[in-house]
Design a protein around this ligand. Structure first.
Ligand code: COA
Length: 149
């Protein structure tokens, strides 16, 4: 890894700051501000993890409690300039630690066929595909996965 990373629980302002720099998330048309995250999280237990290089937030992962004692990994992204340096790997490690502390049974995640980097990570790290939600365009199919803790 070419930079020193610090991954910790943090705030939605830094999450949004990173998210604004993720080109893949710009096409959906939604305004993604702190309220967007707050509304979805509601009063559920949640983890807001941000990876920093010095003072710069370079990646984030937002998860919340879902049914069947699972932690749902809802959104994650890394700034293009900091990719392929292990940021997602470190965020995921922290998320697993967090989920174990709170005694969840599994981590669940939903991603799209077109998110090849994420799918590569998930395959390589033993996530199991549990179902696929079909969409008109196969690239938009949602792939649901889980990993037991
Ligand atoms: C997916 C994403 C978060 C990966 O972040 P990252 O910090 O670059 O990932 P890491 O460096 O920790 O890589 C971990 C593993 O992911 C996979 N991976 C990451 N980037 C990849 C790429 N460009 N091509 C193939 N595999 C890739 C590899 O398995 C990699 O392990 P390796 O380095 O041992 O080969 C980042 O590409 C991103 O933000 N993409 C756009 C947003 C997105 O798709 N978010 C997920 C939505 S569910």
């Amino acid at each position: 890894m070419g930079f020193v990373l610090d991954v910790r629980e943090s705030n939605l302002e830094d999450v949004v700051d990173v998210n604004n720099d993720i080109p893949e998330f710009k096409s959906d048309g939604d305004v993604i501000d702190t309220d967007y995250f707050r509304k979805r999280i509601g009063d559920k237990a949640h983890a807001i993890l941000v990876a920093y290089v010095g003072t710069i937030p370079v990646g984030y992962m937002v998860s919340y409690e879902d049914e069947n004692n699972s932690l749902y990994c809802w959104m994650a992204g890394v700034r293009p300039d900091f990719r392929k340096g292990g940021v997602l790997t470190e965020l995921m490690k922290k998320q697993f630690q967090w989920a174990r502390v709170y005694e969840y049974d599994k981590i669940t995640i939903k991603t799209r066929n077109e998110r090849r980097e994420m799918l590569s990570y998930l395959m390589k790290n033993n996530f199991m595909i549990t179902s696929v939600e079909e969409r008109e365009n196969v690239l938009d199919n949602r792939i649901l996965l889980e990993s037991y803790l």
